[in-house]
Design a protein around this ligand. Structure first.
Ligand code: FNR
Length: 181
């Protein structure tokens, strides 16, 4: 079983990113086990707590460490990733020298109800994951625009072609994961 941590950058109930995440999970092979990584309860990261971390940090780092790979689905907030996602990345990247994300492959998908598809968020996240030593699927890049018209509430596909495109992305992800087994 390959354990995949699903990190949704939106903490909003009814999030469109959540719909995209459901669609991606449905396309994973049977021997992949998806686990949502909860990020909305994490206190704002403070380096002072590295010596004596809150329980939420301890638990989150443990769950990140237990994954073999990650799928990030993020909206864009002011041309970057949402603060909650940045906080989660920071929490599990520390204490210094104990980065729990490192060496595990990932797929990034960005989405927006608008037309720019979270391009800025996608690239900022890609840059952060480079620093965190997370190998990311290069192609296809997954930018999804107009998501309310693309996905239903349970991640069902509303338009022809999206499923084929996302399956290609998942296949490339699975291929990348196999190189890190
Ligand atoms: C946004 N939104 C947004 N959209 C976008 O395409 N580019 C952007 O830079 C921003 N900036 C932004 C900032 C803040 C603070 C909010 C709350 C929203 C709109 C955003 O795409 C929209 O709210 C999506 O629905 C967010 O994704 P979820 O929460 O549905 O997954």
């Amino acid at each position: 079983m390959v354990k995949v941590g699903i990190v949704v950058g939106s903490i909003r109930a009814g999030s469109f990113s959540g719909r995209v995440a459901k669609a991606l999970i449905n396309l994973l092979p049977e021997d992949y086990e998806a686990t949502y990584l909860q990020i909305d309860h994490l206190p704002l990261y403070n380096q002072d707590s590295d010596e004596n971390s809150p329980q939420e940090y301890v638990d989150f780092r443990e769950v990140v460490a237990a994954q073999d790979a990650f799928i990030f689905v993020t909206p864009e907030h002011n041309r970057s990733i949402p603060a909650a996602l940045k906080n989660a990345l920071d929490v599990a990247s520390r204490p210094y020298g104990d980065n729990k994300w490192g060496g595990k492959p990932a797929l990034i998908a960005s989405q927006s109800p608008g037309v720019i598809s979270g391009f800025g968020a996608n690239h900022h996240l890609r840059q952060m994951l480079t620093f965190l030593d997370v190998p990311v699927v290069q192609q296809p890049e997954v930018y999804l625009a107009g998501t309310p018209e693309l996905f239903g509430e349970n991640g069902e596909f509303l338009q022809e072609g999206t499923d084929v495109f996302l399956q290609t992305a998942i296949d490339k992800f699975v291929d990348l994961v196999s190189k890190y087994d």
